[in-house]
Design a protein around this ligand. Structure first.
Ligand code: NAD
Length: 379
C-alpha cells in the first residue's frame, strides 16, 4: 500500500497533510510512504526529515498520483490531479463537500473513495480525528495575536508613573472552539472580554474563562441542534443578536467573529451601520470570512479599512501557523487512517459510524445525502 504526501496546490497553503511523525506510524503498519519533494518545507519538515522517518522522496507528482493507494491532503486536489488518481484509491482531507461538491466530480468519476475531515462525526471515539477543532484552536489564537499587533493600543491594564492605561476591550462573537480560544488568548494578554453566542450552553464556558457573556432574550427559541451545533436562526432572532452586538461593539477595541452554521453561509452579525458606530482605530477580525463573513463590510481574503475600522477577512488564517496547524492536522488524519489501514492494506468498513459519516464517495457514487442535496441545490 502506497501513501502519497503531496505539495498542496493551493497558492496560499503552507500546511502539509502528514508530518514525519505520521510516516513512522504508517511504515510501522506495513505501508510505503512517498513524499513529493519539499512538501513539508513551510511546516518545518525537510525532505531529509521524511527520509529519516522511513519515507522516500520523488519529484514526479504525476507518477505519485497515479500509483498512490491513499492520498491524504489538506485541500482537495485540483481537477487535473484528480484525473490522474487510480480508481479505488482513497483521498482524505478538507474536501469542502457541502460548499463546493462539484469540485470533487473528477475524483468521483474515477471511482476514488473520498473522506471529508469536515464530516467526521463529533462523537467521543472520533475526538482525536476532529480536525475542525484543531484548526479552530489555531485560528482563535492567531486572530487575537494579529489583532493585538495591529491595535494602536496596549492590551493590559498598566499603572505607570505617567498614569493608568485602561485594558483593551475585546468582543468575541461565537463561543465555539475558535471563540473560546480567542477569549482565553485575549484574557492572557490582559484584555477585558465580552462574548456572545446563540447557544445558551456557551455562557458557562465563557464565564469560566473570565469573560462576560452577553445575554439576549430570544423568547425560549431552540437554538441548538442534536449535535450541539447552532441552528440557522430566523431573521427576527438574528436581528435581536445584531442589536446587542452593535451596542457592545461601540465601545470595543477589537471584535473577533467566529460564528458559523455548518453547511450554510455564516450568519450576518455586524451590520455596516454598526461598524460605522465603532471607534476609529478599532479592529474587526472576521474568522468566518471563508464562509462569507459575520460582518457585512468584510471582504473575504482582504484587509480593508472602513470608517477608520480595520476589518480583516483572512481566507486561510491557519496557514499563517503552518508548523502547529500541520502537526495537529497530521495527527487527526493519522488517527483516521488507523481506521482504514489494516496490515498494510486499505480496508473500508462502511458500517463503522466514523467511516459512514465522513465518506463522501465510494465506487463512483456520492454516498452522502447532504452532499447529494448540496449538488442538487447548485445545479
Ligand atoms: P462552529 O465553528 O460551527 O460555530 C462557532 C460558534 O458560532 C458556535 O458556538 C455557534 O453556536 C455560534 N453561532 C452560530 N450562529 C450564531 C449566531 N447567529 N449568533 C451567535 N453565535 C452563533 O462551532 P464549533 O466551534 O465547531 O463548535 C460547535 C459546538 O460543537 C460547540 O458546542 C462545541 O463545544 C461542540 N464541539 C463538540 C465536539 C465533540 O467532540 N463532541 C468537538 C468540538 C466542538
Amino acid at each position: 500500500m502506497l501513501v502519497a504526501i503531496l505539495k498542496e496546490a493551493r497558492a496560499d497553503e503552507t500546511r502539509v497533510a502528514l508530518t514525519p511523525d505520521a510516516v513512522k506510524s504508517l511504515t510501522g503498519k506495513g505501508a510505503k510512504v512517498v513524499v513529493e519533494s519539499s512538501a513539508g518545507l513551510h511546516s518545518g519538515a525537510s525532505d531529509g526529515d521524511y527520509e529519516a522517518a522511513g519515507a522516500s522522496i520523488t519529484g514526479n507528482r504525476a507518477e505519485l498520483l497515479a500509483t498512490a493507494d491513499v492520498v491524504p491532503v489538506v485541500n482537495a486536489l485540483p481537477e487535473e490531479d484528480q484525473e490522474k488518481l487510480k480508481s479505488g484509491s482513497v483521498m482524505i482531507g478538507f474536501l469542502r463537500p457541502l460548499d463546493d461538491p462539484a469540485a470533487l466530480s473528477a475524483a468521483v468519476k474515477r471511482g476514488v473513495t473520498l473522506f471529508s475531515m469536515e464530516l467526521v462525526p463529533r462523537i467521543t471515539r472520533a475526538q482525536s480525528m476532529d480536525a475542525l477543532s484543531s484548526m479552530a484552536t489555531v485560528a482563535g489564537y492567531k486572530a487575537v495575536i494579529v489583532a493585538a499587533d495591529h491595535l494602536p493600543k496596549l492590551f493590559p491594564l498598566l499603572m505607570t508613573a505617567a498614569g493608568t492605561i485602561p485594558p483593551a476591550k475585546v468582543l468575541v462573537l461565537g463561543a465555539g472552539v475558535a471563540g473560546l480560544q480567542a477569549i482565553a488568548t485575549a484574557r492572557r494578554l490582559g484584555a477585558v472580554v465580552e462574548a456572545y453566542d446563540v447557544r445558551a450552553a456557551a455562557g458557562e464556558q465563557v464565564k469560566s474563562l473570565g469573560a462576560k457573556f452577553i445575554e439576549v432574550d430570544l423568547g425560549g427559541l431552540q437554538t441548538e441542534d442534536k449535535g450541539g451545533y447552532a441552528k440557522e436562526l430566523s431573521p427576527e432572532a438574528l436581528e435581536l443578536g445584531r442589536q446587542a452586538i452593535a451596542k457592545a461593539a461601540k465601545t470595543a477595541d477589537v471584535v473577533i467573529t467566529t460564528a458559523q452554521v455548518p453547511g450554510r453561509r455564516a450568519p450576518l452579525m455586524i451590520a455596516t451601520a454598526a461598524v460605522e458606530e465603532m471607534r476609529p482605530g478599532s479592529i474587526i477580525f472576521d474568522l468566518a470570512a471563508p464562509a462569507g463573513g459575520n460582518c457585512e463590510a468584510t471582504k473575504p481574503g482582504e484587509t480593508i479599512v472602513h470608517h477608520g475600522v480595520t476589518i480583516f477577512g483572512p481566507a486561510n488564517i491557519v496557514a499563517e501557523m503552518p508548523v502547529h496547524a500541520s502537526m495537529l492536522y497530521s495527527r487527526n488524519v493519522s488517527n483516521f487512517l488507523q481506521l482504514i489501514v489494516k496490515n498494510g492494506e486499505v480496508v473500508i468498513d462502511r458500517a463503522d459510524e466514523i467511516i459512514a459519516g465522513s465518506c463522501v464517495a465510494f465506487g463512483g457514487e456520492i454516498v452522502n445525502e447532504r452532499v447529494t442535496a448540496a449538488l442538487k441545490a447548485r445545479s
